[in-house]
Write a new protein. Structure first.
Length: 426
């Protein structure tokens, strides 16, 4: 096995021990010789990086572990770069969740107006990382978890030359739920959508499609989404297993009501969880990720990331659900549209698998509308274009009203002025 260098950008994240656990679990198939952990927050980097060191050393790793605030040092000559950044930190996320509620709009970090502002902050920073990789690590793969993951992938795959994979733990959790319900890991599936807007449209066991039998019991409930139940008639109208983020589209008013009545936003709850985790991470006797990390919402996070790297590095010809350019896999989407779909992954790259089953017109229409929103959001972020920003919010199905779009955009832009070009400000 060749010796590998990993760079983790945003390594001060409390998720990092989950990722490190994944490397440890696959140390026999992935020969990482060095880990460069980079973050702009020195205090968190020291604490989380300290736990990462203890985890690696206690599991026999004798290679190089470097904590750095220099992104170029981290990226240079890396084989795999893992990005998990949050521009503006949790304070910005909480604003993303709270401000839209003032206008009767959902507040959420990856969908609607909140996800839009998160994208405007994050895309320029991710483009900078990608351009540094073009110079310092041109053969490296970027594995991105930074939200909104799908829109970030849309930007980087169409505006840079790097090899890049957008990942999310949503499908991994959905797949685990299906395996539990069918009593086996031996099943095939069709998966179609965009990140946080996706469906499983078939589940085949022993040559038979058992989708109808699974019903809503196979959906994966996630820590960061208020609990809802899908009505049987809803599932009949759109006959597919929806990712749980679709509850924001299927039951917008119900989810808005939950957000309005909640004592704390999800971001505020995450701050409480992270503060507790950081205190635990400081314990010099702690040498593994604590169970409390599951409350943060990153279940099976490392499974998604490290298994994809294993498939590339060892030419495993495995199927993974990732964000990649469509390239004809979904016939009603453009070739350069970044979609979330089943892909064949090997050392040559990522190859989306053509969707075979007929697609419900609701799925088609919603995907096309949200993809138009994503494209416009990327243009707004890349060009600092206010007109594209407003158009993006107007076409987003969770907003769709000009007065609301303008009001929430102006409010959020002013609150995020330090991260945005002046051309986007009111």
């Amino acid at each position: 096995m060749r010796k590998l260098k990993a760079a983790i950008i945003g390594a001060g994240s409390t998720y990092t021990p989950e990722l490190i656990r994944g490397f440890i679990d696959r140390k026999d198939s992935l020969n990482f010789e060095s880990f460069y952990l980079m973050d702009i927050d020195k205090e968190k980097l020291d604490v989380v990086g300290g736990l990462a060191k203890r985890m690696l050393r206690s599991n026999g790793f004798s290679g190089e572990i470097v904590l750095t605030r220099d992104i170029d040092e981290a990226v240079k000559n890396a084989d795999y770069v893992f990005a998990q950044i949050r521009v503006g930190k949790m304070e910005a996320r909480i604003r993303d969740e709270k401000i839209p509620l003032k206008y009767g709009l959902l507040g959420q970090e990856t969908t609607g107006a909140g996800g839009f502002m998160n994208a405007l902050r994050t895309i320029p920073v991710m483009l900078d990382i990608a351009r540094r990789m073009e110079k310092l690590a041109p053969d490296a793969w970027l594995i991105n978890f930074s939200n909104p993951s799908g829109i970030v992938a849309e930007a980087l795959l169409n505006h840079t030359k790097i090899k890049m994979i957008g990942l999310c733990n949503c499908f991994v959790n959905m797949k685990a739920g299906i395996a539990h319900n069918v009593g086996s890991d031996d099943f095939d599936y069709e998966y179609i959508g965009l990140n946080h807007l996706s469906w499983i449209t078939s589940v085949t066991v022993d040559g038979k499609n058992v989708l109808e039998k699974l019903g809503k019991t196979a959906g994966a409930k996630l820590k960061n989404i208020p609990d809802v139940d899908y009505d049987d008639e809803l599932l009949a109208a759109v006959p597919a297993i929806p990712s749980y983020y679709l509850s924001y589209f299927y039951m917008r008013n119900q989810q808005l009501d939950k957000c309005l009545k909640a004592e704390k936003t999800r971001g505020e709850l995450c701050v409480d969880i992270e503060n507790s985790l950081i205190e635990k991470y400081k314990n010099p006797d702690l040498t593994d990720k604590p169970k409390e990390l599951e409350e943060r919402g990153g279940a099976l996070y490392s499974t998604a990331a490290v298994s994809v790297v294993d498939a590339i590095e060892n030419d495993k010809n495995e199927y993974h659900v990732i964000c990649a350019k469509n390239n004809g896999a979904i016939p009603f989407m453009a070739g350069d549209d970044v979609v979330e779909v089943k892909c064949l992954v090997n050392k040559k790259g990522v190859f989306p698998v053509a969707v075979k089953d007929p697609v419900n017109h609701y799925i088609k229409g919603l995907m096309q509308a949200v993809k138009a929103y994503e494209k416009l959001t990327v243009l707004a972020a890349v060009n600092g274009s206010r007109k594209d920003a407003l158009a993006a919010l107007m076409i987003n199905p969770l907003i769709g009203d000009f007065k609301k779009a303008k009001a929430v955009f102006d409010d959020m832009a002013q609150a995020n002025a330090e991260f945005l070009p002046k051309s986007l400000l009111p």
